[in-house]
Ligand binder design. Sequence first.
Ligand SMILES: Cc1cc2nc3c(=O)[nH]c(=O)nc-3n(C[C@H](O)[C@H](O)[C@H](O)COP(=O)(O)OP(=O)(O)OC[C@H]3O[C@@H](n4cnc5c(N)ncnc54)[C@H](O)[C@@H]3O)c2cc1C
Length: 382
Amino acid sequence: MTTTTDQQTMMIEAARRFVRERIIEPGRDRAYDESGDFPHDLIREMWELGLINAEFPEAVGGLGLSCREHVDLVEEINYGCLGIGTSAVANSLAALPLMLADNEALRREYLGRLTRDFGYAAFACSEPDAGSDVANLSTRFERRGDTIVLNGRKRWITNCDVADFYVLFAREQGTRGHAGIATFVIEAGTPGLSWASLVHKMGQRCSHTGDVVLEDVAIPASQMVAGPGHGFRLAMATFDRSRPWIAASAAGVIRRARDESVRYALERKTFGEAIINHQMVASMLADMEIAWQATRALTHAAADAVDAGNLRGTHSAAAKAFGGDAAVRVTADAVQVMGGYGYTREFIVEKLMRDAKLLQIYEGTSQVQRLVIARDLARQLG
Ligand SMILES: Cc1cc2nc3c(=O)[nH]c(=O)nc-3n(C[C@H](O)[C@H](O)[C@H](O)COP(=O)(O)OP(=O)(O)OC[C@H]3O[C@@H](n4cnc5c(N)ncnc54)[C@H](O)[C@@H]3O)c2cc1C
């Protein structure tokens, strides 16, 4: 079990202050949701405060926070806004394959860049016909001497329009299944690479999501992070490591929904009583607290397993599935606690509900998490 250090307490307090003073009090969670603009200014401020890229190792200029320290930061930021949180954590997601792969040169170059200079990265795995089914991806590459040429289309790529580089998965021409998949770093601005089709989303509207298009994109072979046979495993290992962050995001939005609900229930009166005194309302509030404590406990268990070096996919999948499902239920209940007012844009809870839904979808749907858990059980007991 990791204990809280003074430095960690200070970082959490800095994150909490940032969220309160720069996001919630000025109403920028709502403003960015309405405009759908990308929150560049806030992400830059977070970078300056050391609130993003926080798990990057000290060897590349990062803070080298433990996963346990990082998930607590992620929870605080996502208390403010899941859309801003997703935009902020996208760099870390793109960085994970570089942190996990055995490629020191690319790790130093690209993670070093994100710690030295402010910038963005994107993780590009999903495709129009391959989301859950990663082994079915069709973006392909061929070798021409020391050059790699890529063609294909990626979909649902967070930060696609702002990224300075992409960590991208593609298969060797002519292969099928997971064996042919490799991983590359590709610079934005490389001829033939473009982004397209930003999607209009239900929630998390200020995080930008769209396609990355590759038309005869030629890169040096040295940009290969992991070769065929290793890329698929690297993608799966990345998800195992990143899912605790999504669970932490769920803990953040659950706590926000709880706080908004309790404050409202103390003020609003029906039948001559504050509604918090009606047992059915109180029960919803208590369930919110239970959901928060349970999500946080599962998140910490997964993060502690990362830090102890004994993470199994089932730890992260359990935290992510439980947290995502709980966030959807709790935010819908927050709307319920506020009655008709909860259903309007006057109150933030309708936004929390729209934002939370994505937690059950990206980085593996809730169904896929259950597949991971069931397969682990079968391996243990079969
Ligand atoms: C806003 C947003 C941001 C995203 N950001 C990124 C990103 O930065 N990088 C990236 O690479 N991807 C990203 N994604 C992609 C995301 O990870 C996929 O959308 C997700 O994995 C689901 O894939 P899919 O949409 O193709 O759904 P599908 O795989 O088609 O699934 C459709 C439904 O079938 C179910 N299903 C599928 N297979 C099974 C099965 N074997 N058993 C049971 N049920 C199953 C699913 O649970 C789901 O309910 C993002 C997606 C969104 C919406």
